[in-house]
Design a protein around this ligand. Structure first.
Ligand code: 4NP
Length: 158
């Protein structure tokens, strides 16, 4: 049974905090509020900082709320989380290369693998919006919301 899910991106200030807020809200709505959700970055540059203002504004515009302080992913979380969800293929590779066992590696997935509206063969990244414009944060929210709908359904069956 899955009890603990962690969302992981590069800096833990844009994508993974947004994904954390969205998944938590959707789990609550689905009656699965007992599943714990948190987030982390593969990099530690922003550790201790609040979320990127543009990202927070994007999730608040869609009605999601929650406080966040950035953290770097710690190796012990490979064992202390049941599902480790990467935002893009680069985050996935970084996590995979840090895992020590096949059991740990099997817990690492890409967020958009759970998006049932995706066509096969499509690149399954949530693109990094950090260096881009405002529309990147809207696209980020669209991708995260669609994928989290599928993820909630998957978690319901687990
Ligand atoms: P995130 O975005 O991985 O979605 O939090 C980024 C935040 C910071 C940096 C890169 C991506 N950075 O290079 O500092």
């Amino acid at each position: 049974m899955i009890q603990r899910v962690i969302m992981v991106c590069l800096g833990n200030i844009c994508r993974s905090p947004a994904a954390e807020m969205v998944l938590r809200a959707k789990l609550d709505e689905a009656g699965l509020g007992h599943i714990e959700v948190d987030s982390a970055g593969t990099g530690g540059w922003h550790e201790g900082e609040g979320p990127d203002q543009r990202s927070q504004a994007a999730w608040e515009r869609r009605g999601y709320t929650g406080r966040h302080i950035a953290r770097q992913f710690r190796k012990q979380w490979f064992d202390e989380r049941d599902l480790i969800v990467a935002m893009d293929r680069s985050n996935l590779e970084t996590l995979r290369s840090g895992a020590r066992t096949d059991e740990q590696r099997a817990r690492i997935r890409l967020l958009r693998e759970f998006d049932r509206s995706e066509r096969s063969g499509e690149v399954l990244d949530v693109p990094d919006p950090y260096f881009g414009g405002a529309e990147g944060f809207e696209e980020m929210m669209d991708l995260i919301e669609h994928a989290c709908d599928g993820l909630v359904e998957w978690l319901r069956r687990e």
